[in-house]
Structure formats: C-alpha cells, structure tokens
Design a protein around this ligand. Sequence first.
Ligand SMILES: Nc1nc2c(c(=O)[nH]1)N[C@H]1C(S)=C(S)[C@@H](COP(=O)(O)OP(=O)(O)OC[C@H]3O[C@@H](n4cnc5c(=O)[nH]c(N)nc54)[C@H](O)[C@@H]3O)O[C@H]1N2
Ligand SMILES: Nc1nc2c(c(=O)[nH]1)N[C@H]1C(S)=C(S)[C@@H](COP(=O)(O)OP(=O)(O)OC[C@H]3O[C@@H](n4cnc5c(=O)[nH]c(N)nc54)[C@H](O)[C@@H]3O)O[C@H]1N2
Ligand code: SF4
Ligand SMILES: [Mo]
Length: 704
Amino acid sequence: MSEWVPTTCMRCAVGCGHKQLGVEEGYGVDVVRGDGQHPVNQGLACQRGIQESGDPDGEWLSQPLVRKGGELVETSWPNALERVAERFDAALSRDRDAVAVLGSGQQTNEAAYALGKLARGGFGTRYYDANTTLCMASAVTAYYEAFGSDAPPCTYDDIPEAESHVVWGANPAVAHPVMFRWIRESAGEDDSRLLVVDPVATDTATAADEHVQLDPGEDLSLARAVLAEIVDRGAVDREFVDEATTGFDDLVADLPDPAAAATDAGVTRGTVADLAAALEDRTLIYWGMGINQSVRGTDAARALIDLCLASGNLRSGSGPFSLTGQANSMGARVVSCKGSWPGQRPFDDPSHRTEIADEWGVPVGRLPDDVGPGPVGTIDAIDDGPVEAVYAVATNPVAGMPDATAVAERLDDTFLVVQDSFRTETTELADVVLPAATWGESEGTVVNMERTVSRVRPASDTPPTVQQDIDIIAAVADEVVPGLLPEPPVDPSAMFDEFAALTAGTKADCSGIAYERLDHELGVRWPAPESDAEGGYRYHESTDDGERWRFATPDDTANFSAPPEPDPLPEPTDEAYPLTLTTAREADGYNTGVRSRSVDDPDPVTARIDPVTVANELPDSTESDDDPAVRLETRRGTITARVDPDPAVPEGLVWIPIHHPATNALTVPATDPRSDEPNFKQCAVRLRPVPETDADAPVRAPLD
Ligand SMILES: Nc1nc2c(c(=O)[nH]1)N[C@H]1C(S)=C(S)[C@@H](COP(=O)(O)OP(=O)(O)OC[C@H]3O[C@@H](n4cnc5c(=O)[nH]c(N)nc54)[C@H](O)[C@@H]3O)O[C@H]1N2
Ligand SMILES: Nc1nc2c(c(=O)[nH]1)N[C@H]1C(S)=C(S)[C@@H](COP(=O)(O)OP(=O)(O)OC[C@H]3O[C@@H](n4cnc5c(=O)[nH]c(N)nc54)[C@H](O)[C@@H]3O)O[C@H]1N2
Ligand code: SF4
Ligand SMILES: [Mo]
C-alpha cells in the first residue's frame, strides 16, 4: 500500500526535493530518490542525502527515559512529561531566565516556531537560541547590517548566469554536493572561472581554476587587499555605489596598501589582482564556515559584501551568497530566533512586541527584553547566571559546542531535558530523554538557503512510543503554560498558517504560502506576500527606465562597513602551543557524527597534518608508522588521535573533522562580539607522543 511521497532532504540546506517510499510493513523508509518535479533540484540528489534519508545509521531512541539512581531508565510519556513540568515550573517560579532552551536548524518550521513561542512567550526566558548561532550567525548579522534584512539577495537561478564563482571559506564539493555541481557546470563554461579561498587544498580547491591559499584567519586582510586593488585599478562601479549605497568614501579613506595587506594574508599581490580582476565580471561570492566561525566572522562577512557592493555585483548573476548548512537553519531564523520575532520583526521594537504578545495571548511584559547571549553565553549562565534547567531539541551541545568538556560539566549540573531521535553524548547526560520522530516520519516545512519553502512529509509511521517534535513541544507547553499551544496532536498546517500570518507585511513575508500551495508548486520562495507571488532576486529591479535598488534599510541604501578594527584571533600560536588547530567537514560525516559512529566507543579521531610538520614536531616517530597515534593538546583538553600525513594541509596546521565527540574538547570558546558565533576554525595546539602507559587512555581526557 506504500506510495511515493514527495518530501525535502533534511541533510543540507541545498534543499533537494526527494520522493520516498515507506516500507510495506513496520516502520521506516524503503527507497528514496531525487524528485524530478521539484523546482530546486529537478531530480538531482547526492548519494549521502539519499542514504541518510533512507537508512540513517545511529542508535534510534524509541522510549522516553528518566534518570533514576544515576541511570537512564525507560518510562511512560505521562511520567516523563510530569517530571519535566515539575522541574520547569519550580525553576520558572524562581526566575523566568532559569530555563534555557536550545533549538536547531534540523527542526521543521512548525516545530521551531512552536519552540520559540514556548521559550519566549511561554517561559519568557532570554536564554533561547539554536545551533544556528554556531553556524550562520555571522552571515546573518552581516546581512542585517548591510541590507537591513537576513538572507542572501541571490538565488540558485543566478548560478548559471555568473561568470566568476568565488568560493571563500567553504567546501561545497563535500558539504553541498548538488549545488557544487551547478557551480562547476557554470564555471566550466568559456570565459567563466572558479576561485577558491581556503588555507587547505580541499576537494573544492583542487577543482578550481585558482586556489588562493591564505593564512588561517586572515580573510579580512585579504578582502581589504582586494577592495584596495579594485579602487587602485579604477574598477569601482561608481554609478551603483553613488545611487544605492552609503559609507563607501569613509571605508576607502581607511583602506590598507594592497601589497601590505596581501602580505598579512599570506598571499602575493598577483593573487589579490586575480581576485580583483575576477570581480570585474558577474561574480557570485559564496562563503561558509571558514568566514563565519571566527571572532572576526561578522567583519569578514561584511568585507565580502563590501566587495560585491564596490564592484556592482548586486544584480542577477552576482552577489553575496552565504551557504547555509543545516536543512532548516534559514527556516529556524525566519520563524523565531535569538535576535528577532517571526518574520524578522525587530526584537526591541515596542509595536512589534505588543503585536506578537497579543497574537500569542500573553502579557507583553512576559517577553524577555534582551535577546540573550547565544549558546556559549547560555552555558556560561549555568555557572554564573540564573540557568538551572535546559531543554535541548535536535542538538548535541556536549559534542557540538566549543570547549565541550566544560559544556558537559555545566549541563551535568542542570536539570537537562533532551529531545532527539538518536542517542547522543547529550542524551547520555540528560535527566529526561524525549524520543522524537525524524526525517521520513514528520510532517512540516523547511526553508533552504535560497529562501525556498518546501514540505517534508512522513512516508512511514513511527512506533507509538515516539512522537513528532511539534507534539512533544505542545505536550510540554500543555503542562507548563496551558493554552499557549494547541493540545497534541497538533495540526502542522495550522501552525504554519499561524506563523505565516504573523509575517504579513514584514521583510520575510510568507503570508502567501500555505500547505495547499506547496502541494501544487512543491517549492515557493519568500517573500511571498500573495498566493500567486514569490521572491526572486531581492533588492534589485530592472525596468524599461533602467535599474533600481531598494534595500531593506531605513534609507533604502546598502551599507558599506565602517573601517573595522579587527579583533585579534583569540589564541595565536606561541612557544608552548606552536601549531594551529582547525576543524571542518568530511563527506561521510554529518556534524557531531551521531549517525556515523558509536556513542560509547568511537574510533579515535584522525588528524590530517603535513608530513613536514609531523617530522618537525615528532622527530621520533618512525617512517614505518603508517598512521602513528599522537596526543593533541590545547589549553582546554588533550585527546588521542591517529595521524594522516597529508600535504593538502599547509605546514603548521592540524586538521581534524568535527564529526567526533573529542574534537570540541580542544576548541576555544571565544565568540564574535556581534554575532556570538564561536571561533571554531583556529586555536593553538601542540603534538605530543602518546606515552606508553597511555595507549589505552580514554579518547577524551580533560586536562587536570
Ligand atoms: N558532508 C557534510 N555536509 C554538510 C555537513 C556535514 O557535517 N557533513 N554539515 C552541514 C552544515 S551544518 C554546515 S554549516 C555546512 C558547512 O559547510 P562548510 O562551510 O563548507 O564547512 P567546513 O568544512 O566546516 O568549513 C569550510 C572550509 O573553511 C576552511 N577554513 C578554515 N579556516 C579558514 C580560514 O581562516 N579562512 C578561510 N577562507 N577558510 C577557512 C576549511 O579548510 C574548510 O574547507 O555543511 C553542511 N553540509
Ligand atoms: N569544532 C567545530 N564544532 C562545530 C562546527 C565546526 O565547524 N567545528 N560547526 C558547528 C555547526 S555549523 C553546527 S550546525 C553545529 C551543529 O551542532 P549540533 O546541533 O550540536 O550537532 P548535530 O550533530 O547536528 O546535532 C543535531 C541533533 O539533532 C538530532 N535530530 C535530527 N533530526 C531530528 C529531528 O527531527 N528531531 C529531533 N528532536 N532531533 C533530531 C540528531 O540526532 C542530532 O543529535 O556544530 C557546530 N560545531
Ligand atoms: S545536496 Fe544536500 S539537500 Fe541535496 S540530496 Fe545532497 S544532502 Fe540532500
Ligand atoms: Mo551548520
């Protein structure tokens, strides 16, 4: 009786439409393939998206669990919910900020909206955020500052039209495979090109016409060098700059000498000239975690936007294009996020606050008056603030956050409720575990990186002991703030309509989108204020009278950056820790890796290090050691790793994948002051041989 059900891939934010077939009997998805009808991918899909949607590895959770006598034991839903309600009630009666809520870009819009409404309007906590701040926050902050609204101006339709494709601090060959195929196809045309800016010779970089191998963390210097070069060669699009932007002359007055800035970035002046020349043609600048995950993330993202503005690359076939990571990071941002109300309504604006509170039926005084500090600050507030209970939904902070050993210790001190589909390092510390349905089992919508809203649908039932996220959130709400959310089972389509209605007239207007429309059209881009309208290239219009730009800022112009005073990198190398540690993605892993490795006993992490660095740092390792074990030590922790001597990684750098629970025991918890995004991409590290007695040491070992 199974039939093909259209849905959207939940692995990455390319947002490919899939068709899936549930198993004939029992639970699960049988077959998945790309959906030829879907406007985003027209049938394309990548192997990993298909495999993980159809048959994810990982240890499924199938029963609610509570901690009893130190152990997690199975319990009933009413018992689990009662335990949650009792402790949340007690905490909230002491202080509305005593309960923290951590959400995710892997929830549907409906669940994320419900969670935001519960956190902000129900609990009234300032400690609400999602793992999207570990990921896209610097890009988001840059878009708001430059354009007055979040999200890239461009769409996938611009990729075939671009002549220069500049991929900066991202590795889409691995992380966004279908999109990379489009980029390669376009860059392969005559007079088109691909330039990749990355310290590492990644799969994307080796496919490029030019690999710009800058020093880690020096993106701002490089971007400023390129801007100075554009100015020097008279390549500024003066007409566009005069008509549509603000702040250019102030920025230019303070630009560095391009040669000196190139040296700071570790590249030649010729390389800077190549980048500047590429920008003279229609250019898309794509960027990812190499830019965002830095204390300078917002400044660097703005510097890339500055390059597009100065060169007039703000029209079709061009523009700044941040590569969203998780399937619904963008949706999580639009429905409710740390810095804004649904529809990107400004957090501090009294009229928006009143309107939201009225619609939600809560007193406006219950809405927190501060956006909160992001995930790192929220964990800190367990130690030095009011947080005593944490509700984590579809996120694994014990493995995914920087300085993770300290995160684990702090979460262990709280009443921790974890809602996940799989066993993780965080469920292991929980006081209550709520088992959630996942891809192929849930009903809702997601928004991909180019603003396309698309349905996700179940092709399989779930065991009766597993529930959809939206129903679990509504059940928690029903216990703690009755009446705020509908009683479960919740109709996701009605929840979408409630959200969409709140966006009417906003910058992210989704009020013309409803399930029925998505059933016909499969994907619709916001802004979509009417049922027959959908978003395209934002801010730019081409009419018979010429071109016109209208940005979402108060005066309709786009803002250049102020000359930045870049924050120093948080942990430069020194004598004690002479190497730089960086963390990034592999094709076969996904984020903290809970679906591709064991939770109890993962194999050691593999560090890619240039053979010269290995020889310098570990002179006693013998050449016969194929993959010697080493200790990686930072100021926060020590882990044991295997070494893969790999010249793709520059000398002085140690590269480890993020898909391992030990990785973030090493990383530094410094954050960008404007976006709160952690500096995951650089910290100082040293290599040590593994002492004989240590061979069987646990993989994760905090420093004494
Ligand atoms: N296979 C796979 N695909 C995924 C994911 C996954 O885990 N696995 N995760 C998804 C998610 S959530 C996200 S956010 C995206 C992320 O996708 P990407 O942004 O591509 O992710 P990363 O591999 O973390 O980092 C990108 C690149 O930044 C480079 N880099 C490091 N430091 C610097 C620097 O100082 N400057 C510059 N210019 N570059 C630097 C790294 O060498 C790396 O090649 O991927 C999504 N897709
Ligand atoms: N060192 C280092 N650390 C990083 C990064 C880095 O580049 N370097 N990247 C950061 C980035 S970009 C990101 S996005 C974060 C991600 O950080 P996390 O959110 O901590 O990691 P994930 O592994 O994506 O965890 C998502 C969880 O959601 C669960 N899940 C999946 N689907 C569902 C569902 O439908 N319902 C529920 N309830 N649960 C579900 C999964 O089982 C998984 O446990 O990691 C960050 N951490
Ligand atoms: S490219 Fe991304 S969205 Fe498309 S099938 Fe692969 S993982 Fe899924
Ligand atoms: Mo991400």
